[in-house]
Design a protein around this ligand. Structure first.
Ligand SMILES: Nc1nc2c(ncn2[C@@H]2O[C@@H]3COP(=O)(O)O[C@H]4[C@@H](O)[C@H](n5cnc6c(=O)[nH]c(N)nc65)O[C@@H]4COP(=O)(O)O[C@H]3[C@H]2O)c(=O)[nH]1
Length: 731
């Protein structure tokens, strides 16, 4: 029998061994107690007192006296051991919570919560082992306790925080998932399921289920975060599409296209942030996804609009120039050619003016499709404006290849186009420049291809022209013109010349056409054909035109001061015609300089008035109200119909120089001239022939009843003073 050790009582041998037990039990810092075969507590060490709050005096010698802190009416583990009861019985009391010790034979272990310890409730883990005598008879049991309250609380706290995390992830409307440090998915919420199309069941516990929606073999962003990858590694997988988060340390953001999401392809913006343990170590990552498909599609739409022509869907000038720059850089590296083609449709304006804009659009669209079909996939076709297209040929093998492509384009483009039941044949003129031969910068190539295209147009329609050095000189001159035109007016470099207009039967000067001359400081006399188009484009034609009108009226006043009747005409360009200040300006000049004997005449071409016929008719009638005469210039070259001509208040038709030039050349110009004269007569309009150079032409015109003419036969355009002298000599 093991007895508690009492003070001053001599020890027998068994007592001696009892004393050893006492010393061992009391010497161990592990809470330990011993019971004897009658379940009475024989030893209860200070550590046991400390953990339970129960003094040894309260329990030593008792059996069930600890019941007060052991609320559940069941034996302590040591009791069961002493009774040598079967495992099943242990289970009865410690159902599921106890296990056989793997280190001490015959011992059992369990853990439980003790709610009624004097020091407060505690979790204890306890191990009870049998004590046997030399025969192996169980004479008691020893039980050690371990306070596991802190561990239990920590585990509980962890469970709760995990539960909270799960609740946050699950309840979040933002698609998100979590992976652990082994890259396994631990959380995968409903929103994620909805967007990706893979269920929580499919994803949780796995690390390679991404493949279905992540076709490229690369880690998901969260994997990179868990691996604490460097920026260079992230860049390898998310080249150009990622950035470090500005808000969360160690987090990355990226945008990518996922073709296999639920409901089709999506653009996702995702952020992966590290999950850190208390020690700061990365133990997982949380990734949130945002479907930005709508925004991305809108952006792409805007980008497409900003870089493409809306009518044809072809690249616009902006994109074209960008591609050209890239292609040139590439061609420098690879030492290959670049071909640049400019295509302009022949007589497109006429189609637009006569058949309407819808027909014009159809022609442009059809042409765009044909051009796009005629070139290779890597080449770029752009619409630069109205009927102007450009093609960037990347690495053509030779100039001959470019020529072949051009030949094909001319044939393809000029195939008939059906518009409103009519078949139209629209030819084109093509200009080509090659790099490096004709220039190595985009600007040079564009300029040179443009110059070549203009040359092609000049040399007859439906043809092409490669750029030449001589064109370069012309292009340079055009740039000089553009630059110098701005200060030419201030510098008084313009002069208005006059070309007499005569009565073919009496040879009397009845009027004059004012024609501009520019005395350029270095280029010398520049003809209006070279600078008027530039002045039109830059808007400089407006101040210049004002000056011309004023000059013409002032000189006209001088020449008619003596009561002589005279008509002075000036040309009006389209831009001037549509200038809202025109009528007021003409009125002011006429009021300032006008005389009763002076007829002031404005010459307009067909194309100027045919653009917007209703508006043009209104402007023309306001001009007429000011007493201005109106002449239709270059008549016969455009496509105005008789009906349209009747709608405008013109006084005179000018037969274009080209018809007069072709008289007697076998081109049938006689019939055209005769028809125009007849038309003018029937409409009660005056008619004047321009460009009369020979007596034969004059005689023909006389015979056909044309009364007025101008041309080199009589005089070229001369300075005002000289015209004054001619006038004085005129009968
Ligand atoms: N071969 C030949 N040519 C003849 C003959 N008779 C006259 N010409 C030329 O034919 C052109 C007639 O002017 P346009 O058709 O109005 O064509 C004009 C007109 O469209 C424009 N222009 C001239 N001055 C002005 C101006 O003050 N304002 C505007 N807006 N345009 C102007 O420039 C064009 C060219 O003017 P120019 O070079 O002066 O050329 C003038 C004139 O010099 C001839 O018998 N044979």
């Amino acid at each position: 029998m093991i007895q508690p050790h009492g003070d001053g009582v001599p020890l027998s041998v068994p007592e001696q061994s009892d004393d050893w037990v006492h010393q061992i039990v009391h010497g161990t810092p592990v809470p330990t107690f011993v019971i004897d075969a009658n379940h009475r507590v024989t030893h209860w060490n200070p550590a046991c007192e400390a953990v339970t709050g129960c003094p040894a005096s309260a329990v030593i010698g008792t059996d069930r006296s600890w019941a007060p802190f052991y609320a559940k009416q069941r034996p302590v583990m040591a009791d069961l051991i002493v009774d040598g009861i079967l495992a099943e019985q242990v289970d009865t009391y410690y159902g599921g919570k106890c296990r056989r010790s793997v280190t001490v034979p015959g011992a059992w272990e369990a853990e439980d919560f003790f709610a009624h310890f004097p020091g407060g409730g505690k979790w204890l883990s306890f191990t009870a082992a049998p004590l046997t005598d030399c025969d192996g008879t169980v004479v008691g049991a020893i039980e050690t306790l371990r306070d596991i309250t802190a561990e239990k609380r920590a585990a509980q706290a962890l469970r709760e925080s995990e539960h909270r995390l799960a609740a946050i992830v699950e309840g979040s409307p933002v698609p998100m998932f979590v992976i652990d440090e082994d890259h396994k998915v631990t959380h995968w919420n409903k929103a994620c399921e909805a967007i990706i199309g893979l269920s929580k069941e499919q994803m949780v516990g796995t690390s390679d289920q991404w493949r279905p929606f992540y076709p490229e073999a690369r880690p998901v962003m969260a994997d990179l975060v868990v691996a604490s990858d460097t920026e260079s590694k992230v860049a390898t997988h998310y080249d150009g599409k990622y950035k470090p988060s500005e808000l969360i340390d160690g987090a990355w953001e990226a945008i990518d296209h996922f073709p296999y999401c639920r409901g089709g392809a999506r653009w996702l913006y995702f952020t992966a942030a590290p999950l850190r343990g208390l020690d700061g170590r990365v133990v997982g990552a949380v990734e949130t996804l945002q479907d930005i498909s709508a925004q991305k599609n809108y952006e792409r739409q805007l980008e497409h609009q900003a870089t493409h022509d809306s009518l044809t869907g072809l690249a616009n000038r902006f994109l074209f120039e960008d591609r050209l720059t890239q292609a040139l850089a590439q061609s420098r590296r690879t030492e290959t050619l670049i071909g640049l083609l400019f295509i302009d449709l022949d007589h497109f304006k006429v189609i637009n003016d006569t058949l309407g804009h819808a027909a014009g659009d159809k022609v442009v669209q059809t042409t765009a499709q044909r051009i796009a079909k005629a070139v290779r996939a890597g080449d770029t076709v752009a619409r630069l404006g109205g009927d102007e297209f450009a093609i960037l040929l990347v690495a053509p093998e030779s100039e001959n290849v470019v020529a072949d492509i051009i030949g094909r384009l001319i044939v393809d483009v000029s195939a008939p186009i059906e518009v409103d039941g009519q078949e139209l044949v629209v030819g084109c003129s093509i200009g080509a420049a090659l790099s490096p031969r004709d220039g190595t910068s985009g600007q040079d190539l564009l300029m040179h291809a443009d110059a070549a295209m203009y040359r092609a147009k000049e040399s007859g329609r439906s043809t092409f022209q490669f750029f030449t050095r001589e064109m370069n000189d012309q292009a340079c001159e055009r740039m000089t013109v553009e630059r110098d035109l701005r200060r030419a007016l201030e510098n008084d470099e313009f002069e208005l010349f006059f070309q007499p207009q005569v009565n073919l039967f009496t040879d009397t000067i009845i009027g004059a056409e004012g024609l501009l001359r520019w005395h350029h400081p270095t280029l010398g006399m520049v003809s209006p054909d070279r600078f008027i188009p530039v002045a039109e484009e830059t808007g400089l034609v407006l101040p210049l035109g004002r000056w011309v009108i004023d000059q013409a009226c002032r000189l006209g006043r001088d020449w008619t001061a003596d009561g002589r009747r005279l008509r002075i005409s000036v040309n009006l360009s389209a831009r001037q015609f549509h200038d809202p200040g025109l009528v007021r300006q003409v009125q002011a000049a006429m009021a300032r300089w006008g005389t009763d004997s002076l007829a002031f005449d404005l010459e307009l071409t067909e194309s100027t008035v045919m653009k917007d016929t209703a508006a043009a008719a209104a402007i023309l009638s306001r001009l007429k109200d000011q007493g201005v005469r109106l002449s239709m210039d270059d008549f016969g070259t455009g496509y105005s119909s008789l009906g349209q001509l009747r709608a405008f208040p013109f006084d005179m038709i000018k037969i274009d120089r080209s018809f007069i030039m072709d008289l007697h050349s076998g081109h049938g110009a006689e019939a055209v001239v005769r028809a125009i004269i007849g038309l003018a007569e029937s409409l009660n309009l005056a008619v004047i022939a321009e460009g009369v150079e020979t007596e034969r032409q004059r005689d023909f015109l006389r015979a056909e009843g044309c009364i007025e003419a101008q041309g080199f036969l009589y005089s070229k355009a001369v300075p005002a003073a000289e015209f004054g002298r001619l006038l004085n000599r005129s009968p």
